[in-house]
Design a protein around this ligand. Structure first.
Ligand code: AHR
Length: 332
């Protein structure tokens, strides 16, 4: 039996042998049946290509569409809301069957979502949520619980501080994701909730956006270190910003993971590499492999079947030891 990762390679070989139909009954590792999305056209607007997480997410969506036979129209909005709105309008004009998108920010979608509704094209949110005056403007969200990720990051930090033998007050710098984006808002909220409930001696002394990019993380961390040379902890809203920050910390002559303890979110391969070198202390995973689940939902929505309002992703937490063990098999 093929798994989804082997699919592209295997499909090319089978097609060359003139026997693509031979795979028709194979299932991938998620149980999605090959070719069952045939006849459906999906317009997908991706946020951008800002991070390793996003690269893995885009690949997952493209491979799952191919596996299930969904005809995919894919566009990259380069982290700009206006590009996403134009892409959605173009999908409406092309009369696609379903629209899916991962909204760069939470607000400002009502007008274009009303246009999709008027054209009777169902909209599925993936990865990130929106704030809307009318919940009927989208069918469902396939994605993570970002507030829980922020809470999990704070709980991981408790363990990291204990392991490091840190006593007393904790000065924390926070690298936020894109301003106005659901993961930036909700991860900050979840982390702050645990701080407020359990840790009066933790203080966020600096907090600024690094836009989920390595370059942003490096630049903002360098500024944090100038203003607050005594930072104990960095909480980064994603691995890419943590990796950028590590460069800034090393350039300032400090040891990431020792002089400054680091907790981040995502669990991409490069994050695991940094953890296995002791430079990141713990990661709360955010799973980017949403493609198969998204295609299953798209098929159901297209068939008029009901789906839940929020299809949550399963995720784990990783310490340095767990990352070292998991690294050889980490695919993204
Ligand atoms: O929306 C998911 C977030 O967006 C990921 O944590 C981050 O890496 C990405 O850019």
């Amino acid at each position: 039996m093929l798994n989804r990762r082997d699919f592209i390679t295997a499909a090319v070989g089978v097609a060359a042998a003139g026997g693509l139909a031979a795979c028709a009954k194979e299932d991938d590792s998620t149980g999605s049946t090959y070719g069952t999305g045939k006849g459906i056209t999906l317009g997908f607007s991706q946020v951008g290509s800002e991070s390793g997480w996003r690269t893995a997410n885009s690949l997952s969506v493209k491979q799952a569409a191919k596996w299930q036979g969904v005809s995919l129209k894919f566009s990259d909005a380069q982290q700009k809301q206006e590009n996403q709105i134009s892409a959605i309008r173009s999908y409406i004009a092309q009369k696609v069957d379903v629209i899916a998108f991962s909204p760069v920010v939470v607000t400002g979608w009502d007008a274009v979502l009303k246009e999709a509704k008027a054209a009777k094209i169902p909209v599925v949110l993936t990865d990130r949520s929106v704030e809307t005056s009318d919940p009927s403007l989208y069918v469902t969200l396939v994605g993570s619980d970002f507030t829980a990720e922020g809470e999990r990051a704070a709980v991981l930090l408790e363990k990291v501080l204990e392991k490091a033998g840190h006593k007393g007050a904790v000065k924390i710098a926070q690298l936020e994701g894109t301003t106005g984006a659901a993961p930036a808002i909700e991860r900050a909220k979840g982390f702050a909730k645990v701080m407020k409930a359990k840790h009066p001696d933790w203080k966020i002394v600096a907090s600024q956006t690094g836009d989920f990019t390595r370059a942003g993380g490096k630049q903002v961390m360098a500024a944090f270190l100038q203003a607050h040379p005594d930072i104990d902890v960095l909480f980064a809203h994603n691995d890419d910003m943590a990796i950028g920050a590590i460069q800034a910390i090393e350039a300032a002559g400090k040891k990431p993971g020792k002089d400054i303890l680091i907790v981040s979110i995502d669990g991409v391969r490069d994050g695991f590499v940094a953890m296995s070198k002791g430079k990141i202390n713990a990661i709360a995973e955010c799973n980017p492999l949403l493609g198969p689940q998204l295609m299953d939902v798209v098929k159901k929505v297209h068939a008029g079947e009901s789906v839940g309002r929020w299809i949550k992703t399963k995720e784990a937490d990783f310490t340095q030891e767990q990352a070292k063990a998991a690294l050889p098999k980490r695919k993204y």
